[in-house]
Design a binder for this molecule. Structure first.
Ligand SMILES: C[S@@+](CC[C@H](N)C(=O)[O-])C[C@H]1O[C@@H](n2cnc3c(N)ncnc32)[C@H](O)[C@@H]1O
Length: 298
């Protein structure tokens, strides 16, 4: 399956669309990426008015805005009280007569069932945090996804950690190192509990969408997106579509008077990351959006 490429996602920001406290969240979706996901789900009839979307990593509820406008029921589960409060403030901000849908943010732990019934949701949509955020060196949590206030790449710094939250059970705090040989690392164990809950909640013909990104740690590229896909497979999902949301514009060339062509294209990355990449650091040119269905039991 060759990945599709989406260009132009990172030109949008959340400016004036979120309450000020929501900008503290270091791992928000990018608005343009969300729009493309909603468009794709609507086009393929995975979403129709009245359908239910579940986000186990609710954050400040950014994904609910488009759901409200389109007449969906959006429910998120978020472990950090600070983010729950910001999400609920966003929902109040977005109350307009033309908003047809409903948005609810539960304060809870997605490893648990949170009283939600089996096969009650049509779409699972989420963006998991990176593993081992507080114990590692290098770059931090999941994408900040806000190209205006935080360049997408900026989100990866460890300095993002204090705003991330420290409640036990927060997947961002889970270690990737097995405690004993043969034992699953804490991150995998907790991710599998969360994915198991998502599988239980999703109706048989529903779809799950995950936004992930590889990151740099200790100078190396960590293939986080493939790791998340492998965890999904282990939890009973099959990947049906891979998309790359490009952090660069389509390659273009500048022609000099002498006829030589040099690559010239806009990159939606921090200056810091562009400098590091120009000095030989591994390049990360896209976020990943991957679509999954439930594997049927034999
Ligand atoms: C990458 S962020 C997602 C942000 C969200 N997409 C948005 O745009 O606001 C991941 C979120 O998952 C939350 N989280 C981590 N572990 C969790 C758990 N076990 N249950 C519920 N939420 C969790 C974190 O607190 C964080 O807000």
């Amino acid at each position: 399956m060759s990945p599709q490429e989406w260009y132009g996602c990172f030109r949008h920001s959340w400016q004036n669309l979120l309450v000020p406290e929501a900008f503290q969240h270091p791992g928000k979706y990018n608005r343009g990426v969300l729009d493309r996901i909603y468009d794709a789900l609507q086009e393929a009839s995975y979403l129709r008015p009245g359908y239910t979307i579940h986000d186990p990593f609710g954050g400040v509820g950014t994904a609910a805005r488009r759901a409200l406008a389109a007449g969906y029921y959006w429910q998120g589960v978020e472990i950090e009280a600070l983010h729950v409060a910001a999400a609920r403030a966003n929902f109040r901000l977005w109350q307009e007569p033309w908003m047809q849908g409903t948005a609810v943010m539960f304060h809870g732990d997605s490893r648990e069932d949170n009283g939600l019934g089996p096969e009650s949701v049509d779409v699972v949509m989420g963006s998991p945090p990176y593993d081992d955020l507080l114990n590692s060196s290098g770059e931090g949590p999941s994408a900040r996804h806000d190209s205006k206030h935080h360049r997408p790449e900026n989100s990866r710094k460890l300095s993002s950690a204090p705003n991330y939250g420290a409640t036990p059970g927060n997947l961002a705090l889970a270690s990737s190192r097995p405690r004993r040989p043969g034992e699953l690392p804490e991150f995998d164990r907790d991710a599998l509990l969360i994915l198991g809950q998502c599988r239980r909640l999703l109706r048989p013909a529903g779809i799950a969408v995950w936004v992930t990104k590889d990151y740099i740690r200790d100078g190396r590229r960590v293939p986080f997106s493939d790791r998340w896909e492998a965890l999904c497979a282990r939890a009973g999902f099959v990947c049906v579509q891979r998309v790359r949301a490009m952090l660069i514009d389509p390659p273009a060339f500048q022609l000099a008077l002498d006829g030589t062509a040099t690559p010239a294209y806009k990159q939606y990355k921090s200056q810091w990351r562009r400098d590091a990449e120009s000095k030989g650091a591994p390049r990360i040119d896209h976020e990943d959006v991957r679509f999954f269905v439930k594997r049927t039991e034999n």
